[in-house]
Design a protein around this ligand. Structure first.
Ligand SMILES: [Zn+2]
Length: 411
């Protein structure tokens, strides 16, 4: 901890974090458990107001039969053989947009590129910020430690003994987690200040909480806003000493964001599973909690249908607002032909009181937005939106089978 005095930026570091080194841009150190890592990353997020996305994670990689032994991992060395079990890299949310088309395409302003770009609503956030956060899970082979002034051959002998013993007993190790954390200086091309929280994504635990409440039938946005605030300040902050910034939307999402997550939770059927009978039950429940809402549900009559689920994380590809009028083009492209046409196709429509009101008031121009792959089911979600004085608002949403798509235009 000898460097701590130089840097007032790092007062927030939890005591379970043991610093290896620090510079203007990064600070590295060791924690000994997954809980300590969680606390560290949570404290870091709150103190710096920065948000990260997973850049790479090699945990899915096939494990080598014999690990690669090292005497040093980054700046961590204890005169014992080490191996890196897993490495996860997080990139600043303003980092490189790896979904972007190759550079050559960028030069020719091809039609294809332009039209694709329109659907990357978040691309404007990416400014190639190089800040990355590294997490390395290191295995220690403490029984094969060497002395202070051990020679190269002594080290080689230790590795040889280790290799021989590992055949018999491959788990004689302890584990530490090495973390390299970017500080404000590591971020380039965008500001890190209290005013920059606006673009932060919702905290995954806050998002899960919304889903939890929705599964219990609680969908009122003002109510959720209140309980989420309590959740963040009581439960979520029990683990970290630093309170989130009151303007950080990761912790205090706007009503609009909450509303979107409520709908996602409802439509994804995350807790009920895709069972039409259950959905019917759910609709009855929703009718009780929100008596003014309108529902329409028609069950599919063909019983032995192949339910091809698309396993994509519900929030991975959010298609937020404002919507573009061209969304229907997109719909044509992604038409999924594997869905069989049945006698009565599946149709679900939802509209709450507030939405009915909005439709009445702003209904002179109505847009239709098709959203794909936002739910785990291979069914498109349509949003009927109107332009209000505060931007585009959904006034109804419906899920249907693609075979019905053509009929939507006449509805
Ligand atoms: Zn950054």
């Amino acid at each position: 901890m000898d460097n701590q005095g130089q840097n007032s930026e790092i007062d927030w570091l939890p005591s379970s974090f043991h610093i290896c080194s620090s510079s203007e841009e990064y600070i590295t150190g060791i924690v000994s458990s997954e809980e300590d890592l969680k606390l560290l990353l949570e404290s870091h997020k709150r103190a710096t107001g920065t948000s990260y996305t997973v850049w790479s994670d090699d945990s899915q990689k096939k494990q080598k039969v014999t690990p690669r032994f090292l005497w040093k991992v980054e700046d961590y060395s204890k005169r014992i053989p080490l191996s890196v079990k897993r490495r996860v890299i997080y990139a600043c949310q303003h980092g490189k947009n790896y979904k972007k088309a190759p550079k050559t395409e960028e030069l020719h302003t091809e039609h294809e590129y332009i039209s694709r770009r329109r659907f990357h609503i978040q691309s404007s956030k990416k400014v190639d910020c190089p800040a990355k956060l590294y997490v390395r899970y290191i295995l220690r082979y403490d029984n094969f430690a060497v002395g202070d002034k051990s020679s190269r051959s002594e080290k080689q002998a230790a590795i040889k003994r280790l290799l021989e013993s590992i055949k018999e007993n491959p788990t004689a190790t302890s584990e530490v987690i090495h973390v390299k954390i970017p500080l404000a200086e590591a971020h380039k091309k965008h500001n890190i200040s209290e005013n920059c929280h606006f673009s932060n994504k919702i905290h995954h635990e806050v998002r899960d909480k919304i889903h939890e409440y929705v599964s219990l039938g609680m969908t009122s946005v003002p109510f959720l806003k209140k309980v989420l605030k309590t959740f963040v300040q009581k439960e979520l902050s029990g683990m970290g000493s630093v309170l989130p910034h009151p303007q950080d939307p990761s912790y205090y999402p706007s009503s609009h964001v909450i509303q979107n997550h409520v709908h996602q939770a409802l439509l994804a059927g995350k807790y009920s599973g895709f069972d039409q009978l259950q959905l019917e039950k759910k609709i009855d429940e929703w009718k009780l909690t929100d008596s003014d809402a309108q529902f329409f549900f028609r069950q599919c009559t063909e019983n032995y249908r192949d339910q091809t689920e698309i396993h994509i994380e519900v929030n991975a590809q959010r298609n937020g607002f404002p919507v573009t009028e061209d969304s229907e083009e997109d719909f044509e492209d992604k038409h999924t032909p594997e869905m069989t046409t049945s006698q009565e196709t599946f149709l679900f429509i939802h509209q709450n009181k507030q939405q009915q009101h909005l439709l009445e008031r702003y209904g002179d121009m109505v847009l239709l937005d098709a959203t794909y792959r936002t739910t785990k089911y291979a069914l498109p979600l349509f949003l009927v939106v109107v332009r209000t004085n505060v931007g585009y608002k959904p006034v109804a949403e419906f899920i249907l089978e693609p075979a019905l798509g053509a009929k939507v235009l006449h509805a």
